[in-house]
Design a protein around this ligand. Sequence first.
Ligand code: MEV
Length: 274
Amino acid sequence: MAKAFGKIILAGEHAVVYGYPAIAMTIDLEVRINARLSDKPGLVFLNPQIDPEHKSAGLFVEVLPKLTELLGPRVRELEFQIDSDIPGGCGLGSSAALSVGLIRAVLDFLGESRSSEQIAGMALELEKIFHGNPSGVDHTVIAQEGLIWFQRGHAEKIIPKRPLNFEISMASPHAGTRAAVQAVRHRYDQNPSGTMQIFEAISQLTFDMRRAIEQGDLPEIGRLMTENHALLKKLGVSTDELDALCAQAIQNGALGAKLTGAGGGGCVIALMPK
Ligand code: MEV
């Protein structure tokens, strides 16, 4: 059984599409995929909630031909049984986990192995089906696992000095990562300098957050998360519901809170004091 975890982004989403850094981490929700020979090859979703967003867009049709291109003709003989804990359309990396999980499932079936970098490279091709022009942060952190710093295709592990505990709360699903990324692109085209200023500020706080993580300064990490949320709101990707969830988390004692992923719905992550 192949597995892939979901992910959260601690800082830098959207700006990362424009070449700025991001910090991302895998979480213990996973997709499980079993690939077996079958006279009815194809994708079988054991959990219909896996990703309504992508299913309805009919994008899954393109996945197996791409997987065949990447891993060879035996893919056409396989039935993929897919079960997932990761809710779709919520910014938790459901499609990237599916991409990485499918590749791992084929490799398991073939009895082959690849490095996490090679798996991430192949997952990028699948992610392009779902998201058009992804930065690569989602499938890279999912392929590598743990906590990473990501910028322009380069990823490195970050070692936190103290454990990071997040609570995740869920708002309504978003309209899709592709739509959110396009909305930001539109904003950028309308107002390049104003949008760049927001990206620069996000980039600065992402560097600061890395330092705070390596120093174990939890209050500072929380403060920077809340600052990141305010900038994402300025960028137009938050919603009243996400803002309210952040405020509530902080009122309940979180050190900081922000939306995670594409926004426009989805999830809020809150850093817990312990
Ligand atoms: C989505 O999880 C993160 C975005 O920055 C898109 C991307 O990086 O491709 C919104």
